[in-house]
Design a binder for this molecule. Structure first.
Ligand SMILES: Nc1nc2c(c(=O)[nH]1)N[C@H]1C(S)=C(S)[C@@H](COP(=O)(O)O)O[C@H]1N2
Ligand SMILES: [Mo]
Length: 548
């Protein structure tokens, strides 16, 4: 880290503050100190400043974490800053992150926030030695900016200002204190006790910050934990009786995933940096807007309704051709249409705007809820209450539509409105207001680029045309004719359909294998290659297989 600037090596004390900075001067070295020592001394001061800055920043964040025990996890400084960053992330960057980091995108974002703060804190610490007032103001300002980021989140309370404000103040105080200790410490005339004071002050603060930060975070997690409430939910018995899910709907093909995605492997896509923890005892759902009779229901009321089980494949619009962002589950929910009828949808209301507890808004066509398909408010998947990250206690599902226009997690509000007058979260970000799932298919076996033994090669995968169903799947090898694949038993039109194909006498060499599906209306999957934005990727999934 070279602070050397052109024309700076003139023998002036490099850390000398500008006049009028009001700061206390960095200790001046006597003119007799050789140049080398002077440089080492300067490096040492920069290192001390950076360490002091980092420790002060850490102490601030720790106080912020502690304050968030009272105000909630989403208001903690780093979480709030990260959540704000997500909200302003341009769509190209979001797509880049999903493509490259997948479900680790949130970890990458958090690392980004921490690194940014650390660099700023280190610089601030160096600055504090020469411009203490400026550094104090900057530190406090970072806290103010964090507080604004927190309080402007759609679901924020005024109290969300607190953690970042306190973090900024605490960081500024610690920065000042440690800087003063540090400026006294390296003086040759300094008392040994002064040196120790700096060392112990810094180490002690760092240790305290770690303890308070981790402790505060753990306390918050415990305080808002809903796993106990989740365990206590007694799932209603479904009014319809579905047959037990079969172990496999398809003759075993090694490497082909199960028909029902295990909940632990179910993809997760959302903007929630802190997973919302909603206590079902406090949960309420409001139905309002363009309705005759707005009303509110509690979780207990919800449980008293008619519940049904339904198998449904959920698909993310961000799933690239051949991608993993989809899953199939057995959902338990109460039909949504009767709730809308009870409210009495007014003429002209064509959009159901649903909102989650963290302020996500999702717009769905009212038509899709009322046209007879099994739109539901789901409370369980695969026989268990929804996991918190999949929307506990209640989420919306509408067969046939991508998740971003139908599958609101942590649902708390249903507003009847119009597409003309309301924009849901993703619309100004470049996604279509309405988006039925496109017919698509995927080759899972063998993996792209795999080498297989010559003879008979088994190809297998899945295909989906949510709510239209899959009528056929075809395979093309190199530029040969399209050949019918064998389809697994159909579950419902709302679920994906697995398929396989026996490629006999596969010749040695490298081959391209393509797949395409035909939906229940007879329409063949489009070969037109399109990106995720604005309404889902299209094109044929193609893999390369080496037969040896
Ligand atoms: N509250 C909330 N609900 C949400 C989202 C979100 O970001 N916040 N993402 C949607 C998107 S884009 C998809 S694909 C599905 C994913 O649901 P899952 O995470 O349970 O698989 O949830 C939808 N519901
Ligand atoms: Mo999605």
């Amino acid at each position: 880290m070279s602070e050397q600037q052109p024309g700076n090596g003139q023998g002036r004390a490099p850390d000398r503050p500008a006049p009028g900075s009001g700061g206390e001067d960095a200790p001046q070295e006597s003119g007799s100190v050789p140049a080398r020592t002077r440089l080492a001394g300067r490096g040492g001061r920069i290192a001390r400043g950076a360490i002091v800055g980092l420790v002060a920043g850490g102490a601030g964040l720790a106080i912020g974490e502690l304050a968030a025990v009272a105000t909630g996890e989403a208001s903690a400084p780093v979480t709030a800053a990260g959540t704000w960053a997500i909200s302003i992330t341009p769509t190209w960057l979001e797509q880049f992150a999903i493509r490259n980091f997948g479900s680790n995108d949130k970890t990458v974002l958090l690392i980004g926030v921490y690194v940014t703060l650390a660099v700023a804190a280190a610089i601030d610490g160096v600055l504090a030695r020469v411009r203490p007032i400026t550094a104090t103001i900057l530190t406090t300002l970072v806290g103010v900016v964090g507080a604004i980021a927190a309080v402007t989140r759609p679901a924020a309370h005024t109290s969300w200002l607190l953690p970042s404000l306190l973090a900024g103040l605490a960081a500024a105080l610690v920065l000042r204190w440690l800087t003063v200790l540090s400026l006294k410490e390296p003086r040759p005339s300094a008392e040994p006790s002064e040196r120790r004071r700096f060392l112990f002050g810094t180490l002690g603060t760092a240790a305290g910050a770690l303890a308070v930060g981790y402790g505060g975070n753990a306390w918050t997690k415990k305080r808002y934990d809903v796993s106990g409430a989740r365990d206590k939910v007694v799932l209603p018995t479904p009014a319809n009786a579905l047959p037990e899910p079969p172990a496999s709907v398809h003759p075993e093909v090694r490497g082909l995933g199960p028909f029902f995605t295990p909940t632990s492997e179910f993809y997760r896509v959302d903007t929630a940096l802190a997973v919302p923890r909603v206590d079902p005892r406090e949960w309420k759902l409001k139905i309002h807007g363009m309705v005759e009779r707005p009303f509110e229901i509690t979780f207990d009321e919800l449980l008293s309704y008619r519940f049904e089980e339904h198998d449904m494949t959920l698909t993310c619009v961000s799933n690239p051709v051949g991608g993993p962002y989809m899953g199939n589950a057995r959902w338990l929910g109460t039909p949504l249409a009767p709730l809308l009828r009870r409210a009495g949808v007014r003429r002209g209301a064509d959009m159901l705007m649903s909102t989650s507890t963290d302020g996500m808004t999702i717009g769905s066509p009212v038509e899709a809820v009322l046209d007879g398909r099994q739109a539901m408010l789901a409370i369980a998947m695969n026989g268990e209450a929804l996991p918190t990250q999949h929307g506990f206690p209640c989420r919306m599902l509408i067969p046939g539509l991508y998740g971003y226009v139908s599958a609101t997690k942590w649902l708390v509000d249903l507003n009847l409105t119009t597409f003309a007058s309301s924009d849901a979260y993703w619309t100004p970000r470049g996604y279509s207001p309405q988006a039925p799932v496109k017919t698509a298919s995927r080759i899972d076996v063998p993996a792209d680029g795999a080498t297989v033994a010559s003879g008979t090669v088994v190809l297998a995968g899945t295909a989906w045309a949510n709510h239209r169903g899959i009528a056929a799947v075809e395979i093309q090898i190199d530029n040969g004719p399209w050949q019918e694949a064998k389809l697994a038993t159909s579950d419902t039109p709302d679920t994906w359909r697995q398929w396989s194909y026996e490629w006999t006498n596969a010749p040695r060499g490298s081959h391209k294998v393509r797949v395409r599906a035909t939906d229940g209306t007879g329409a063949v999957q489009t070969s037109v290659v399109q990106d995720v934005v604005p309404n889902g990727a299209s094109g044929y999934h193609t893999i390369t297989v080496r037969v040896s």
